[in-house]
Design a protein around this ligand. Structure first.
Ligand SMILES: [Mg+2]
Length: 231
């Protein structure tokens, strides 16, 4: 990638790019257990991760929307865990806790500081309406954002082209002057690329082939150098 040449604004994903979703989810599961009295088996978190990933993959493939995912998520989990309980009630408490969970990814605050000193920064996230603003505030990150775009408000989830169309319609920048930063090849990179938006993949586990995005980094602290920013 040719530094920050021509880039005028940043779009950035939230979960697993700025906030550590695993830590936030583990916290929220414990809170939901406390609130509902449901006791989950010892391997509950690995089951949660596997099934949540499968449910989000199907959502991103356009099979259903976020409201539907929320209605089936914990009943699907409970069926896989052999737990008999009310999944909708557990989902309610899980989401209330998730709204209050804000565990930063290493280097996220420093990255936002570096980016926001140079560009307007916009969050672009698949999440229910309202939740992400509060989590960014709790993480002390809200002050870095010019605006927060979430699928729950826009009606479409990344990588649906309509998510990016809606974001582009609200911004005064041509797509080729935007850089999308995120951890998902399928949602962030594949969603933004067809519009000519430049892409930077955060791939901490080296799970990608390395050539999907215009640039790929293992750690957030590498990004200012990739963009040629000095502090
Ligand atoms: Mg993400």
């Amino acid at each position: 990638m040719d530094g920050a040449n021509g880039i005028r604004a940043i779009l950035i994903d939230i979960d697993d790019t700025l906030l550590d979703f695993d830590k936030c989810a583990a916290f929220s599961i414990r809170r939901a257990e406390d609130a509902t009295g449901v006791r989950l088996p010892p391997d509950a978190f690995s089951v949660f991760k596997r099934i949540n990933r499968q449910l989000w993959d199907r959502l991103q493939a356009g099979e259903y929307d976020l409201a539907y995912l929320r209605t089936i998520r914990w009943n699907t989990m409970f069926a896989a865990m052999g737990v008999t309980a009310d999944g909708l009630d557990f989902e309610y408490h899980f989401e209330r806790a998730l709204e209050m969970s804000a565990e930063p990814v290493t280097g996220a605050t420093e990255l936002l500081q570096a980016l926001a000193g140079r560009f307007p920064v916009y969050a672009a996230s698949n999440a229910p309406s309202g939740q992400q603003e509060e989590r960014l505030r709790l993480a002390g990150m809200d002050r870095f954002f010019a605006d927060v775009f979430v699928s729950g408000d826009l009606g479409f989830s990344k990588p649906d082209p309509r998510f990016f169309e809606a974001v582009l319609a609200m911004l005064p920048y041509p797509p080729e002057t935007l850089l999308m930063i995120g951890d998902s090849v399928s949602a962030d990179v594949a969603g933004a690329k067809p519009f000519g938006i430049r892409t930077l993949l955060f791939d901490p586990h080296s799970a990608s082939k390395g050539d999907e995005a215009d640039a790929t980094v293992r750690a957030l602290c590498e990004i200012p150098a990739v963009l040629g920013l000095r502090d």
